[in-house]
Design a binder for this molecule. Sequence first.
Ligand code: SF4
Length: 381
Amino acid sequence: MPIKRNSTRTVSIGSTVIGGGNPLIVQSMCTAHTRDAEATAKQATELSKAGAGIVRIAVDSKKDAQALEAIRDNCDANLSVDLQENYRLAASVAKYVDKIRYNPGHLYHHERSKPVEDKVRFLTDIAAENDCAMRVGVNSGSVDPEMKAKFSADDAVSPMVSSALAHCEMLDRIGFDRFCVSLKSSHPDRVIEANKMFATQRPEIPIHLGVTEAGMPPDGIIKTRIAFEQLFAAGIGDTVRVSLTLPEAEKYKEVLAGHEIIDDFLAGRVRTVVKFNPDALNIISCPSCSRVENEAFIDLARQVKDITEDLKDEAITIAIMGCRVNGPGETDDADLGLWCGPNYVNLKRGEEKVGAYRYNEILDHLQIEIAKLLDDRNEAA
Ligand code: SF4
């Protein structure tokens, strides 16, 4: 089925090109520890063979950065580096990758006295010198607080869109146009709304689509499909990632899921009658990456799903995140949030911390909090 695509500009990333009506590219991300160059190169190769046109690798430390040369030497995948607050690491890794992703929210927090535009300029200079593309990756859970304060607390979409637009304007002023933008949330309806708003205002900029922390299959694939089908139908999207919570050996399945959603859409096998039900149990879990602090995270996500099997019709959102980088912020909007440290799992009710518990204790405490939540709701009703 031919689909009308927005006429975005083309952006080349290694041997691939996104935008300008080129085929949609599926991406993925390594979960092996980046400092383990052998394991990361092996996983990047597997993801590429499964059909990932671009493979992202997290770099948070000098040790991670030092591994990039060996990773580059041992795999042919188009590589994107994922930077969090320490954006300066781009200088040591750019020559080994094809794309640099930064998160405006994280950039805001590092070197607070420096204007954000100076930090963006630092990154664009590095990208231009090293033949790299860039992605402005906005996540609803980590929008910078100044931007968030401009909107009402219940508006999760406008701060994301405004942050993306502000960074596009900075890049315009700098004169750098080899970039794409992503606006991600764990809620498919917000992903749809944010991307439509952004594409209306900047239709020429290629868009990377994703429902972040979509969770485990099949629920995570369903949530993602709901968002992608609506956006593809509106001509939006140049590259996609399906963020699924999967063990390292099965990570390639998120690439297959991305291709299946695209192929189904192109063949007219759409399921847009499926709506995201906000009045049912919603388990959000991050797809994990090299930042995961304890391998038990994947099992924990599965166990949370198992113990909540009987709560399918309760409007409860539980978020499970693999590390401290995104865990504290990305669990704020959930009714109950768990974010994993090396030895303890932090439990939250909304933005309030309940406690930190060992991996073998956390499920009992979660069940206590679920019962309290339901009791409170019954009383209120
Ligand atoms: S929450 Fe942490 S471990 Fe999970 S995907 Fe995000 S950065 Fe990676």
